[in-house]
Design a protein around this ligand. Structure first.
Ligand SMILES: C[S@@+](CC[C@H](N)C(=O)[O-])C[C@H]1O[C@@H](n2cnc3c(N)ncnc32)[C@H](O)[C@@H]1O
Length: 256
C-alpha cells in the first residue's frame, strides 16, 4: 500500500509523466498481449527468422556479404565499461551496439531518435558512429524508472567528448517521442526503439517513429521476442523486415 502511494507521489510530482500514468491505468482495462504464451510465440517467431548481422545489412542494402563491418573502437568500449561500474543503480541491458554502429555509419544517418537510454550503450554506439559529422543529432527519450533514483546515471557510459550532438528528453515515450521527432526536424534517418517493451507501449511508439522515418530510413527495435508487437506491426503494413539475434535477444530491422 505504502509502495503504491510512493509511486503515485512520484508521478504526481512530474506533470510530464501524467499522460503516461493515465495510459498505464487505461491498459489495465485493455486485452493483455504480454502473457507468457505471447512471449513464447514471439520468441519462436523471431528465432525462426533470425540471420547473422551481415545478412541483415545486406538485405537492407547497406552491405554485401563481403563487406568488412565497421567495429566500435575497443578502447572506447573499455573506457565505457569502466564508467558503467560507477553507476550505483542497476539499469536496463544494452541494445545491439554492433548493429547500431554499423547501420548508422553505413546508412549515413544524421537525424536519429532512440527510445530507452539506461547506461547509454546504444547512445554510445550511435554517437561514436556520427562522431565528427557536424549536422548529426541524436535525440534520446528516457523515463527513469519510478523511485529508482537513477537519473544521475542515465547515459553514464557516454564520454563527455561525444555528447555535443546528443540530447536526452527525460520523459516517458508519451509525450517524449513526439518531442524527440520535433527536435530532429520532424524527419528521421534512423530510429532505435528500446524503452516501453509492452505490446501497448510499442503500439504507441512504433507508428510515430515509422511515420517520421524518411523513405530509405532505418527502423530498429530491440527485444522483439517479448511479445508479438513487431510481428504484428510488419504484418499489418506488409513490410520487408529482417531479424537478428544478440546475446539471446532478438532485434527487428526494417528499411522504409
Ligand atoms: C533496456 S533499457 C535501454 C537500454 C539502452 N538502449 C542501451 O542500449 O543501453 C530501457 C530504458 O527505457 C526506459 N523506459 C522504460 N519505459 C519507458 C517509457 N515508457 N518511456 C520512456 N522510457 C522508458 C527505462 O527507464 C530504461 O532506462
Amino acid at each position: 500500500m505504502i509502495a503504491k502511494l510512493d509511486t503515485a507521489m512520484w508521478f504526481l510530482q512530474r506533470p510530464t509523466h501524467w499522460r503516461h500514468a493515465a495510459d498505464i491505468a487505461r491498459r489495465k482495462w485493455l486485452p493483455d498481449h504480454d502473457g507468457p504464451g505471447e512471449a513464447r510465440k514471439a520468441q519462436a517467431w523471431a528465432a525462426e527468422r533470425a540471420v547473422p548481422l551481415i545478412e541483415v545489412l545486406a538485405a537492407i542494402g547497406l552491405a554485401t556479404p563481403k563487406t568488412t563491418l565497421p567495429q566500435l573502437p575497443p578502447a572506447l568500449l573499455e573506457e565505457a565499461q569502466g564508467r558503467s561500474t560507477r553507476s550505483l543503480v542497476k539499469m536496463g541491458g544494452a541494445g545491439d551496439i554492433n548493429l547500431l554502429y554499423a547501420a548508422t555509419i553505413l546508412s549515413g544517418a544524421r537525424r536519429i531518435v532512440e527510445t530507452g537510454v539506461a547506461y547509454g550503450w546504444s547512445s554510445l554506439a550511435i554517437l561514436a558512429a556520427v562522431d565528427g559529422q557536424e549536422a548529426a543529432r541524436l535525440v534520446s527519450v528516457d523515463m527513469p524508472y519510478p523511485k529508482m533514483k537513477n537519473e544521475a546515471f542515465v547515459g553514464i557510459v557516454v564520454p563527455e567528448r561525444l555528447r555535443g550532438s546528443w540530447e536526452i528528453i527525460r520523459e516517458p515515450d508519451r509525450p517524449g517521442i513526439k518531442k524527440a521527432i520535433a527536435r530532429v526536424g520532424e524527419v528521421i534517418d534512423l530510429c532505435h526503439y528500446d524503452s516501453d517493451k509492452s505490446w501497448w507501449g510499442r503500439q504507441y511508439g512504433y507508428p510515430l517513429l515509422w511515420d517520421a522515418l524518411r523513405s530509405g530510413g532505418i527502423f530498429i527495435s530491440d527485444d522483439i521476442q517479448d511479445n508479438m508487437a513487431f510481428a504484428d506491426f510488419v504484418a499489418e503494413r506488409y513490410l520487408n523486415f529482417s531479424v537478428t539475434e544478440c546475446g539471446g535477444k532478438y532485434i527487428g530491422i526494417v528499411r522504409k
